[in-house]
Design a protein around this ligand. Structure first.
Ligand SMILES: [Zn+2]
Length: 327
């Protein structure tokens, strides 16, 4: 028993000294990048189908908040995601601001051609760590998913477009349960080797804790040599606010500087059978970063305004804690 506690103490002190080390790293670069995912990851999981005009208005509002990266839509088959069937019209209709990256999710070469036609700034590809989730989500094995996006990444390189990667279920899977961090780290590493400049680590069912996030980031950085600047955190909430924000704070302490979030907290994961409540709200992320004196250049009240706008149209509540603070 004593030996057991001794081991825990040694483990804790290693983790603590590493956190101090990462804090030093993170203090060197205080600009935090927010990747706004509401128009794509958010809307794709909302039942009410919106008009293209409303989506365009929403993205235009987001463009006025100070956000520098907006994932505007996806070019997946309309059969898969009817909500985003008008990706082309939306990309063409928005008022694009200088200095903002407007990206789109692309699953295959058909989608890539559409993305190229409407001059997206970047594309994103997606994969998963869990074999079962991958099968249920994109109907193929993990190995086949890599085969699918290999030509997309190659084509993007030729077109001088940067590629962002998404990996689902990095901590837990709705079908397979807890996922070993080494398994996640190897998929993240592989996506980077293939040509993604950054990989978004998706906690699809919101099962992560600050400790499991620290362990995963540590594994990626220490054992796989993945630079902290190449990882983004994508947290889902299970209970409406606290969990995802705590996980983000842990990731920031480790030196992560890119955070995915969704204005109004819209979206979530339809495959998680309602366990995950939704994407972490951008309002709450900005509010937390402001409290930590970490600069994003984003006006939280303008984000709240955009969040209230989209939630009203979707006929849902803005689940951000910041919204309830302002009420
Ligand atoms: Zn998400």
């Amino acid at each position: 028993m004593l030996m057991y506690f001794g081991t825990i103490c040694i483990f804790r002190s290693i983790i603590n000294s590493q956190i101090k080390f990462y804090r030093t790293l993170s203090n060197q670069s205080k600009i935090i990048k927010i990747v706004e995912v509401a128009p794509r990851d958010g809307l794709q999981n909302e039942k009410k189908i919106l008009s293209s005009a409303d989506k365009i208005k929403f993205i235009d509002k987001l463009s006025d908040t100070g956000l520098k990266y907006i994932e505007a839509t996806s070019f997946v088959s309309a059969e898969w995601i009817p909500q985003l069937a008008d990706g082309f019209e939306v990309m063409r209709g928005i008022n694009r601001h200088e200095g903002i990256i407007y990206s789109a999710l692309v699953p295959n070469m058909t989608g890539f051609k559409k993305a190229l036609d409407c001059q997206v700034d970047e594309i994103a590809v997606f994969g998963a760590v869990s074999e079962t989730f991958c099968k249920k989500n994109i109907n193929c094995s993990i190995e086949d998913s890599f085969k699918r996006f290999t030509p997309v990444i190659e084509a993007a390189k030729k077109a001088n477009l940067r590629v962002r990667g998404y990996v689902s279920c990095i901590i837990g899977c709705p079908y397979e349960g807890p996922i070993h961090p080494r398994k996640s780290a190897s998929i993240i590493s592989r996506m980077l080797t293939m040509g993604c400049y950054e990989v978004s680590l998706g906690d699809t069912i919101g099962s992560g804790s600050p400790d499991s996030w620290r362990t995963l980031i540590n594994m990626c950085y220490q054992e796989f040599g993945i630079p902290l600047s190449k990882m983004a955190v994508h947290c889902h909430d299970i209970s409406g606010g606290a969990a995802a924000i705590d996980n983000i704070e842990a990731a920031l302490e480790m030196g992560i500087t890119t955070i995915d979030s969704s204005t109004g907290g819209i979206g979530g994961c339809p495959y998680a059978d309602g366990i995950a409540r939704g994407n972490v709200p951008t309002e709450d992320v900005i509010h937390k970063l402001n409290q930590l004196h970490l600069n994003t250049g984003v006006d939280v009240d303008k984000v709240l305004d955009a969040g209230n706008f989209i939630c009203k149209i979707l006929n849902i509540q803005n689940i951000s804690r910041y919204a309830s603070l302002k009420h």
